[in-house]
Ligand binder design. Sequence first.
Ligand code: FE2
Length: 377
Amino acid sequence: MSATTTASQTPINAVPDFLPLHGTDYVEFYVGNAKQAAHFYKAAFGFQSLAYAGPETGMKDKVSYVIRQNKLTFVLTTPLRPGNEIADHILKHGDGVKYLALKVDDARDAWKQTTARGGKSYQEPTVLNDDQGEVIVSGIHTYGETVHLFIERKNYNGVFMPGFREWKTNYNPPPAGLEYVDHCVGNVGWNQMNPWVKFYEEVMGFKNILSFDDNDISTEYSALMSKVMSNGNGYVKFPINEPAEGKKKSQVEEYLDFYNGEGVQHVAIATNNIVETVTDLQSRGVDFLKVPASYYADVLDRVGKIEEDLAPLQELGILIDRDEEGYLLQIFSKPLQDRPTLFFEIIQRKGAKSFGKGNFKALFEALEREQDARGNL
Ligand code: FE2
């Protein structure tokens, strides 16, 4: 048993923040077919068309569609030709998250502070202009081929960014109540969790607020370890997972195998009414992991009183957990593409600031049933 055997919460102290972040600006996916992906995320998850860039707007070698729902902005980008960074990324990883873009007041300073602390530069501060003002973008590398961009848009009034035009279509599905990015989880390789924890601490000034080891997150067959990194104001939270030894291949190993390396495992999206949101998403064809009915037989003994009726939660497969500050409701989608890589979590927090530790075992057993069905366990 190691020092991190039990999940521990470390208070975030109030030292001056050298990298003040105002949350997630957008998440950009590199995909094989951005036109179809944009339609899928609109239809399945209730996003609205926002902006477009491509040859018609002067972007000759790629196309990007921007979709939005409340504070959640996704960019779907595809290359128009082979033999470039985007095409190579898709060949190697399949569809996946390339950029976790963070909102800052000063993108020049964000780059200066992080690269001075050892962050590897991806993009020096770059000013993008059009008649609506300017956006300043800079960026550093994180795990795998994933990048953190710093986006300064306080002097910009355009629809998304210079180079994009408004995208209007006749297909505007109703939103599904998705609000904002709650957290984004990265899967890293063997013995790589602690180096990346150190990266977030030293380069970005984050704190390790929770730790789980393989005693917390293990089933009969497989295990993983996880540490949750948070920025000072808690708007940006990046849990980092590493596989751990088990009898069989863990879900993190399966991800690393099919993604061909480290990358974003899931994006957790907040809703204010998970029963309505998940009912809606299921009716649109989004598939979620199911836990056995036995999970619900004693869940209220574990988590205590909740405001919701248990029956719709059980019907939808929504999981419940509690910490010292309240409870949370969560559910995990099946992979969003054919490779068993990226998926979404839908989460409603009712005071709880944790990540559903009490659900890990039931959840991972559900994941393993899926993994086994793919012949990868
Ligand atoms: Fe999560």
